[in-house]
Design a protein around this ligand. Structure first.
Ligand SMILES: CC(C)(COP(=O)(O)OP(=O)(O)OC[C@H]1O[C@@H](n2cnc3c(N)ncnc32)[C@H](O)[C@@H]1OP(=O)(O)O)[C@@H](O)C(=O)NCCC(=O)NCCS
Length: 328
């Protein structure tokens, strides 16, 4: 796509990023989002089959002024089967080039790309919903639970040894547990081994992350991930356990509770699936409970035959879940 502005003869192109332009795009992302380059680099490196042109750019007189990334991912559908979706990220326009329609043009271009690639639908996270509503994305629920940590917890049996884990993490074991626990779960990202090694690894290594493992006879039967920001609070972001090991959930969450209290954190936000063992453990762990939905999720049908109602049903499915670690 090439367009000439009528008033001043600037040449504008809307197209895929060229490999040699990577540093230019990275400078826009780190500048606009105030996040380190590791964030963008790791999702790029971890996305299987990623191509440079999956980053869509607006180029004015040879300079990139606006970007929209499409990450092609397999997520589970309502029936648990993999579905190709387009995850939209890195939506940014340089401050001096805003309100000229660049981002809107790139979103239209991304919709076309996702259609050509055979995506069923598109997913994004945002605080500026209006921008995307104009192009057909609609809000979708991302449920969470929260509550105060109970002061006392009844005695736990000691079937499991709960250990705080440190980097390097046993990623292949995590992957196996994650895949088993989520094998039918709608909405979850089917993570490749390379995604674990790049995108997940770097997120687990962030200073606010804490990881625990539940061991039985020396074998890892479950893991849990929390993020603690003293002064701000804690969140439980991921937990998975092997078939038949539901009893590992309470001791894992109890370990998070103890560590949180040690760090003067008394309230947890929990973004874990609606799972019977997790629900029971949360009843034991939290009081003054609250349930809500994070406001930032949006989705848009791409393939013919997928409707906005289909997507609402997918997100509202009782056991559907989107993990925080899969943010893009
Ligand atoms: C959000 C963001 C990407 C929008 O980029 P942009 O290139 O300015 O987007 P557009 O020009 O397509 O649309 C922005 C506004 O300009 C308006 N606009 C579009 N073309 C225009 C034109 N020729 N003249 C005047 N206004 C125009 C749009 O109607 C829209 O108006 P609104 O904000 O009142 O709804 C940009 O503001 C940004 O980088 N923000 C910081 C990062 C961010 O928030 N990213 C999204 C997070 S998910």
């Amino acid at each position: 796509m090439v367009a000439w502005s009528a008033r001043v003869s600037h040449m504008t192109e809307y197209r895929g990023l060229r490999p040699e332009e990577w540093d230019q795009a990275m400078a826009i992302w780190t500048g606009v989002f105030n996040v380190g380059s590791w964030y963008f680099q790791s999702i790029n490196d971890g996305t299987k089959g990623r191509r440079s042109e999956d980053t869509r750019v607006a180029v004015v007189d040879g300079r990139i002024v606006s970007t929209v990334d499409v990450f092609y991912r397999q997520l589970r559908g309502l029936d648990g089967n993999p579905v190709l979706i387009g995850a939209i990220g890195s939506v940014a326009t340089l401050p001096e080039a805003r309100r000229q329609g660049h981002s809107g043009r790139l979103l239209e271009d991304a919709i076309m790309q996702m259609g050509e690639r055979g995506c069923a639908w598109s997913f994004l996270f945002t605080g500026v919903h209006d921008h995307y509503e104009r192009y057909g994305w609609r809000r979708v629920p991302l449920p969470y639970r929260a509550g105060d940590l109970r002061e006392a917890l009844s005695d736990l049996d000691d079937l499991y040894e709960i250990r705080r884990l440190q980097s390097p993490y046993p990623l292949p074991d995590f992957l196996a547990l994650y895949d088993e626990f989520n094998r039918h779960r709608p909405l979850v990202h089917i993570r490749s081994a390379s995604y674990w090694q790049t995108a997940i690894q770097v997120r687990l290594d962030l200073p606010d992350r804490r990881v625990w493992g539940a061991f039985a006879d020396g074998r890892l039967t479950g893991y849990a991930l929390a993020s603690f920001s003293p002064g701000e609070g804690g969140s439980v972001q991921e937990l998975a356990y092997a078939d038949g090991e539901r009893a590992a959930v309470l001791p894992l969450l109890a370990a998070i509770r103890t560590a949180a209290l040690d760090e003067q954190i008394s309230r947890l936000t929990v973004t874990l699936p609606n799972d019977p063992a997790i629900n029971d453990a949360l009843d034991a762990l939290l009081e003054r409970r609250e349930e809500g939905s994070h406001p930032w999720g949006m989705a848009r049908p791409i393939a013919e035959g997928v409707s906005a109602e289909n997507l609402q049903s997918l997100f509202a499915a009782p056991d559907a879940h989107n993990y925080d670690l899969d943010a893009f």
